[in-house]
Ligand binder design. Structure first.
Ligand code: C5P
Length: 226
């Protein structure tokens, strides 16, 4: 690993995705959206008709699936799986639930390790996930753990999804986020927790610009950028 890595971990709806995208744009660095890889394993399994509990089958798909992350001419994200546009399916809340189930299996997590580490290319990588600082990039130059109150996270998720998915409700999202938080933080492998050397940022009530500015300051203090 010869490129600097900034690891940004935290629970669903903590704003990691937005903060990481802004940082990559500012720096011209690569982005690893590791949650999208777990989502893609869940989607691949579903499309291949795998049983929900077929651990080995999902791990094999994690190694073999061909995923391409791109943007449309209008600047929206586009995710392809084996040549097929699966963006909406990947981002659906239901897929988040499926991802959190497959992510609890150690076989799936190890299948995705080399794929995630391969993203660390010059000039640098912003890595967004749950275990970037604790497992995947333990020697990251900067580790951030971003959080916010469960109410605010549910609301942010709702605002993010409501235009894309008319079926979402705030009450259902709050329940699902609580379920996912519990599963992600109590699993035996790579549970969601801050690395011992991570800076914890509680973004409750903070505008996204302020969070980005705080991370930029921390990166400056470590001479990662100007
Ligand atoms: O961040 P996102 O909502 O896309 O992640 C979907 C699920 O994937 C999470 O709830 C979590 O269970 C899992 N995940 C993980 N480790 C990561 C990233 C995501 O276990 N590094």
């Amino acid at each position: 690993m010869n490129a600097p890595v900034v690891a940004v971990d935290g629970p669903s709806g903590s704003g990691k995705g937005t903060v990481c995208r802004r940082l990559t744009q500012r720096q011209g660095w690569h982005l690893l959206d590791s949650g999208a890889l777990y989502r893609l394993v869940a989607v691949s399994g579903q499309l291949a008709g795998l049983a929900a509990d077929d651990i080995a089958g999902h791990a094999a798909l994690g190694r073999s699936m061909r995923a391409v992350f791109g943007v449309t001419p209008a600047g929206d994200e586009r995710i392809e799986l084996d040549g097929r546009d699966v963006t909406r399916l990947v981002r659906a809340e239901e897929t988040g639930q499926g991802a959190s189930r497959v992510a609890a299996w150690p076989e799936v997590r190890s299948a995705l390790l080399p794929r995630q580490r391969a993203f660390a290319e010059p000039p640098g990588l912003i890595a967004d996930g749950r275990d970037m600082g604790t497992v995947v990039f333990t020697s990251a130059a900067l580790k951030i753990f971003l959080t916010a109150s469960p109410e605010e996270r549910a609301l942010r998720r709702y605002n993010q999804l409501k235009d894309k998915d008319s079926g979402v409700s705030l009450a259902a999202l709050s329940r699902e986020i609580a379920e996912r938080d519990l599963r992600d933080s109590t699993r035996s492998v790579a549970p969601l927790r801050p690395a011992s050397d991570a800076f914890v940022i509680d973004s409750t009530g903070m505008p996204v610009e302020a969070v980005v500015e705080r991370v930029i300051e921390l990166g400056r203090a470590r001479a990662l950028w100007r």
